[in-house]
Design a protein around this ligand. Structure first.
Ligand SMILES: NC(=O)c1ccc[n+]([C@@H]2O[C@H](COP(=O)([O-])OP(=O)(O)OC[C@H]3O[C@@H](n4cnc5c(N)ncnc54)[C@H](O)[C@@H]3O)[C@@H](O)[C@H]2O)c1
Length: 290
């Protein structure tokens, strides 16, 4: 499958990233299906997509696009067989768990055509952790987006040792077709390029707060005052989703047994236990009036 032949994109996982990736593909002329295991998640996604379309209507990236029509044109389903039929490319954005991702791809492998390329949007895992489970390791690589997808347009294209060169070429070409700037990684590396730097910042910020060295507000104030950037690490994490940050921290805490990571995971979990998952739930480290 060459990049120019891709027509139908199956986006798996209708959460924060799945919604944005689906919209990005739909606004660039692709037929898009959004698959989730939960009807409720699909309902929420439909409402958020309509909201997103209104919110970004003035963004120069969408100057020539009928955003509302693109958002409304995204099909939604919980049926894997139906979603997989005729898919040229799968973009997976289910939670950060290698066993789950492997299971999701294994099921898709049963229903997708031979030609279908599998792309994973994992933040911190390595595709090789679940490449064999996909049933088509040569046609699997990471295609990793940043958010918001339409303005933070870097995508990492990261093969695992078994990815074919043709798959890498297809993903580089596809990324360009959806208005993204692809960066090609030469080998697997957790956190890719931007995130490797960004995760170090987040880890340091969470450690400061979890160890009660400084408040989240003062950590953010230190960052914004010196860098002149509008948001500090905790305000940015509210947009990433504290649940996603916790999944990543908790996974690596358990994988390494590192005491500080374990403390950091517990610190994040404390917010989740209060229903504070970030901007998408109206409150996280900060309140968003929702
Ligand atoms: N949030 C970010 O800024 C960001 C950025 C880049 C990459 N990522 C990565 O993208 C992935 C998704 O993150 P997110 O923040 O969008 O998560 P999210 O929790 O917002 O969404 C995940 C969605 O997956 C669905 N899901 C769970 N199990 C499923 C299954 N078996 N089949 C189909 N759908 C299923 C859930 O119902 C949910 O709607 C993670 O691997 C994350 O690390 C996140």
């Amino acid at each position: 499958m060459e990049a120019a032949e891709i027509r139908k994109v199956l986006v798996v996982g209708a959460g924060t990233m799945g919604q944005q990736i689906a919209l990005q593909c739909a606004t660039h002329g692709f037929e898009v299906v959004l698959l989730d295991q939960s009807e409720d998640a699909l309902e929420v996604a439909a409402a958020r997509l309509a909201g997103l379309a209104r919110q970004v209507a003035d963004d120069p990236a969408f100057a020539e696009v009928d955003l509302a029509a693109a958002a409304a044109g995204i099909a939604r389903t919980t049926e894997v067989a139906e979603a997989a039929a005729e898919a040229d490319l799968v973009s997976e954005s289910v939670p950060e768990d290698p066993e789950l991702k492997g299971r999701v791809f294994a099921e898709l492998d049963r229903y997708c055509p031979e030609r279908t390329i599998f792309a994973t949007n994992t933040s911190s895992l390595l595709p090789s952790m679940y490449a064999d489970a996909t049933g088509r390791p040569d046609r699997l690589a990471a295609l990793h987006f940043h958010q918001p997808v339409w303005s933070a347009t870097i995508v990492d294209v990261m093969p695992h040792p078994g990815t074919s060169e043709a798959t890498v070429e297809t993903l580089l070409g596809f990324a360009a077709r959806i208005g993204q700037v692809p960066i090609r990684l030469h080998r697997e590396s957790p956190g890719y390029v931007f995130n490797a730097m960004y995760n170090a910042l987040n880890g340091a910020a969470i450690t400061l707060a979890a160890n009660e060295v400084a408040s989240i507000e003062d950590v953010d104030l230190a960052w914004t005052t010196v860098t002149k950037m509008p948001n500090g690490p905790f305000a940015m994490l509210d947009y990433v989703g504290i649940d996603t940050a916790w999944h990543i921290t908790d996974y690596w805490a358990r994988a390494t047994g590192d005491a500080q990571l374990t403390r950091n995971a517990a610190f994040l979990k404390g917010y989740l236990d209060q229903g504070r998952a970030g901007a998408k739930t109206g409150k996280g480290f900060y309140d968003y009036g929702g």
